[in-house]
Design a protein around this ligand. Structure first.
Ligand code: UD1
Length: 364
């Protein structure tokens, strides 16, 4: 029996921890599957890319497209152009994409136009906010996918209401949690708290990089002000994405007063920083999920979430960007009124295995 050839395409930081467990599970079945890893190069800084490959023990990509930064159209077009010829040559049986970044969208379009089967891991999530580039990426990718692997019940509901046939949709759980479960023991040994002179539960961890929060000077200034106010009660540690750092420099803003801005952290250090924090302040998607699993309170500085399970049963509170609401939620947690939260179904570290089982059955 000839092997099933599967191409995994990754490009940006959140893709790496979602692809590592699937890569491992496919390689464990190397008698059935041949895997090819393509990195688009959407993220190229050492701290956003190579460090994650090293820590997650990912194999070196077989193909690196090196597309780099640019406007959405430029970046997406560069990925499409470079990827097309690679896929024509590789002739895979299936291409797998992850999450909602530009690399996901570009790959989905190229793959389906070449009539190659497409699988989307983390399908069905919707913020219902088309001003987020990720929402467009999700909708298009799901529309084109043949296998839609869903992480939480809202995904099933959304895909049903969009008319996606049931036989394409599989509730497999959250693959990002596979990486967390697999790496948590090692992450707990990280010395990041010592390096930053922090004590468990005596600091707040923060991330922020959404264009809607950081690209507008007034919004960014108002968030930074409220964070400094929170920082007067408990220090805030903010590993800063290059996009945000560029904007802070441009608008003449910085930390101070209990707000410590540091370089982006690797996967293991950031996992440790989250796990030992009093709470997390973020606008990320994945961190809402990681904090829910870790049962650490999370305050999400966005108007909506595409991951509603994290606020329905998890530890997540969606405040939007109104500074009074952010401050009120933060002080609630500091006053001991944080949410307890439960771990959602199938966030158990075995999602990649379930996907591989399904693929083995479908590609008989
Ligand atoms: C991308 C994803 C976002 C994800 C985030 C995680 C899209 C539409 N967005 O956003 O969903 O949450 O990754 O990090 O795909 N830059 C660097 N070095 C790099 C990469 C980027 O300095 O290695 C800077 C550049 O100035 C670049 C900017 O960050 O223009 C934005 O990078 P880009 O990949 O376009 O989007 P992110 O904001 O990283």
């Amino acid at each position: 029996m000839s092997k099933i050839k599967i191409v995994l395409v990754v490009g940006a930081r959140p893709n790496f921890m979602k692809s590592a467990p699937l890569m491992r599970a496919l390689r464990a079945r190397s008698e059935r599957f041949e895997t090819v890893l393509i990195h688009t190069g959407q993220h190229y800084d050492h701290k956003l890319s190579q460090l994650f490959f090293d820590e997650l023990k990912m194999p070196k990509p077989n193909i690196y497209l090196g597309v780099g930064s640019g406007s959405h159209a430029e970046q997406t077009a560069r990925i499409m152009t470079s990827l097309e010829s690679e896929l024509i040559e590789l002739k895979p049986d299936l291409v797998v994409v992850f999450g909602d970044v530009n690399s996901t969208l570009a790959t989905a379009v190229v793959t389906s136009k070449l009539w190659i089967k497409l699988a989307h891991v983390e399908a069905g999530l919707r913020s219902f906010d088309n001003t987020m580039p990720e929402e467009i990426n999700r909708i298009v990718t799901d529309r084109l996918s043949d296998y839609l692997f869903v992480s939480e019940p809202s995904g099933l509901k959304n895909l049903k209401s969009e008319g996606v046939p049931d036989d394409k949709v599989f509730f497999v759980g959250n693959i990002m949690i596979d990486s967390l479960v697999y790496n948590l023991d090692v992450a707990r040994k990280s010395d990041i708290l010592t390096r930053l002179s922090l004590k468990p539960r005596e600091y707040i961890a923060m991330t922020m990089h959404r264009p809607s929060n950081v690209d507008n000077p007034d919004t960014l200034k108002s968030i930074m002000e409220v964070v400094r106010k929170i920082g007067q009660r408990m220090p805030v540690i903010f590993p800063c994405h290059p996009r945000t750092q560029n904007r802070l420099n441009e608008f003449g803003l910085d930390g101070g007063d209990g707000l410590r801005i540091i370089e982006p952290l690797g996967y293991l250090d950031f996992l440790k920083l989250q796990a030992e924090s009093r709470f997390v302040l973020t606008d990320s998607g994945g961190i809402q999920e990681e904090t829910t699993y870790l049962k650490i309170p999370c305050i999400t500085m966005r108007e909506s979430t595409e991951r509603p399970i994290t606020s329905d049963i998890g530890t997540n509170v969606i405040t939007g960007t109104n500074p009074d609401k952010i401050a009120a939620a933060a002080f609630d947690v500091l006053d001991g009124k944080g949410r307890q939260g439960k771990i959602p179904d199938l966030w158990d570290g075995r999602t990649a295995e379930r996907i591989v089982e399904l693929l083995a059955k479908h590609f008989k």
